[in-house]
Design a protein around this ligand. Sequence first.
Ligand SMILES: [Zn+2]
Length: 103
Amino acid sequence: MEKYCQACGMPLTKKEDFANGDENSNFCLYCVNEDGSVKSCEDIFEGGVQYFMSQLGDDRALAEKMVRKNMSQLPYWKDKNCDIMNGEMATDEEFAEVLKRIG
Ligand SMILES: [Zn+2]
């Protein structure tokens, strides 16, 4: 069964993708600290923004909208109070279009 990181949605397809290489983990290597704890909302948000900016040519406004949309779809963040998530969000169409563009 295919697993996804609960905090960022990244597919966990090989051992190295998992936090600390632990295939029982529900998180990817990017979303945990060295002690195994899950990073803060702000850290994971910023990591996502940096990823999208690297793909979209430094369009930070669009990158933030994409990350908000992505994280809002993940059950992990539903009950977390996360200020950085309050803001402009990509629409379904925008989200799909950008994902297609960055392939
Ligand atoms: Zn992750």
